[in-house]
Design a protein around this ligand. Structure first.
Ligand SMILES: [Zn+2]
Length: 414
């Protein structure tokens, strides 16, 4: 059969009579032809008019040019991201129970829950559709209802670490407030129980774990101080940090500064939820009055450019939570989330779940979301993983070792 010679990107290509423009492009370069199918490229004729790639090439001597509009790197699948080694710095134990465990504990303890199947419970606890941070926090009352025994706390902490290890989380700092387990448990009992569960899971999985205790903004500052006093006694037993959580607006962190000061004095690292339910002044207070070394969320940091500059210069890490911010209306939509902007401006940003159960996400999901919704590429995602490792509340030599280990693991995968 007679063949026609046409030109694609100045190169001669021979195609069968009746072949399409796309066939001619494919004869030169299959990769280019594939781009036409994804709208990442289009074809023009000799004078630059766009032609339909499905049209026949027409007469011999036809000239075509392929214009590539976007050379997209291949997407990273969620499965691939699940295999990436990761680290998480901001996740609440009382927001991360297995639904089946929660049902079992409720039956044992005769606690009434709004559903009696894991699916129903997941739905009832889901914070999708809540209207504010304050409403979001009410979901935690349900989980806390079954966490009032030492055995339950131990089991939940154990299962939590096992679940994170299964998605290749190599280092995690998990937080909760021992204050919310009184009067059923003393502060000592409420700290020792999860430490036991963690210790067992660490032995089995190899995942490193640090425990962060949280004062609560809406409780009296004297209670935060009391908690800090007890927590510092467990510094060598696995408690690595002190945090302040709870409704942010109208409950300033500086009221709790004595607790932060005591924690710092005894060598505990400090972080503080701020800039989530309130503006940048709240972040400023957490840093200046409380000595926080990291900020929980920090979503609204960008509203104060001078503070953002300070956070960049001081390399203060932000523990950011994309899905949770959507649920609490800290941002109106994912596409407007400042995570990517902060990363590009040099802020040490990290990705976290906040609550695996209540927010209905895994750490893998959050990385996948940053990839698909915010457009972070492989190098940027690797940077975020390393940011988390570099921001760990670990002694210097252990932190350096963690970073080196994760970096070499990532290099093997990439
Ligand atoms: Zn949080």
């Amino acid at each position: 059969m007679a063949r026609l010679r046409v030109f694609v990107n100045e190169r001669p290509v021979d195609v069968a009579r009746g072949a399409t423009v796309r066939d001619a492009v494919a004869a030169l370069d299959h990769g280019l032809a594939d781009l036409l199918a994804t709208a990442a490229a289009y074809v023009t004729d000799g004078v630059g008019r766009q032609v339909d790639a499905r049209d026949p090439v027409g007469e011999a001597g036809g000239v075509f040019r392929v214009v590539v509009t976007a050379r997209r790197a291949p997407a990273i699948s969620k499965e691939a991201l699940r295999r990436w080694p990761k680290a998480e710095l901001h996740v609440h134990l009382d927001g991360s129970l297995r639904p089946a465990t929660m049902l079992e504990l409720a039956r044992e303890q005769h606690v009434r829950l709004p559903a009696d199947t894991p699916e129903g419970l997941t739905l009832a606890l889901s914070v999708q559709g809540v209207h504010s941070l304050e409403e979001y926090l009410t979901k935690y009352q349900l989980t806390l209802a079954v966490m009032q025994t030492a055995a339950a706390l131990e089991r939940i902490a154990y299962e939590f670490v096992v679940d994170l290890a299964a998605e290749q989380v190599r280092y995690v700092e998990v937080r909760y407030s021992p204050l919310l387990h009184r009067p059923a448990l003393t502060l000592t009992q409420a700290i020792e129980a999860p430490l036991r569960g963690i210790e067992r899971a660490v032995r089995e999985t190899g995942t490193r774990v640090g425990l962060i205790v949280c004062g609560i903004r809406t409780l009296p500052p004297a209670m935060s101080l009391e908690l800090a006093q007890v927590a510092v006694g467990y510094r060598s037993a696995g408690v690595v940090g002190f945090d302040l959580a709870g409704a942010e607006h109208g409950h300033p962190a500086e009221d709790h500064r004595a607790a932060f000061a005591l924690a710092v004095q005894h060598g505990l690292a400090c972080t503080c939820h701020a800039g989530e339910g309130d503006g940048p002044a709240s972040i400023h207070q957490a840093l200046q009055s409380c000595g926080a070394q990291r900020i929980g969320h920090g979503t609204r940091l960008g509203e104060d450019p001078a503070l953002l500059e300070y956070v960049v210069a001081q390399r203060i890490p932000l523990e950011m939570c994309l899905t949770s911010n959507l649920h609490t209306h800290a941002v109106p939509s994912l596409t407007t989330h400042p995570f990517r902007r902060y990363l590009e401006q040099g802020v040490v940003v990290t990705l976290n779940t906040d609550g695996r159960l209540v927010d209905g996400v895994t750490l893998t999901d959050e990385y996948h979301l940053a990839h698909t919704a915010l457009g972070l590429g492989k190098d940027e995602l690797v940077r975020v993983v390393l940011n988390a490792c570099e921001s760990a509340f670990l002694p210097e030599f252990e932190r350096v070792a963690l970073v080196a280990r994760i970096q070499s693991e990532l290099e093997k995968i990439a």
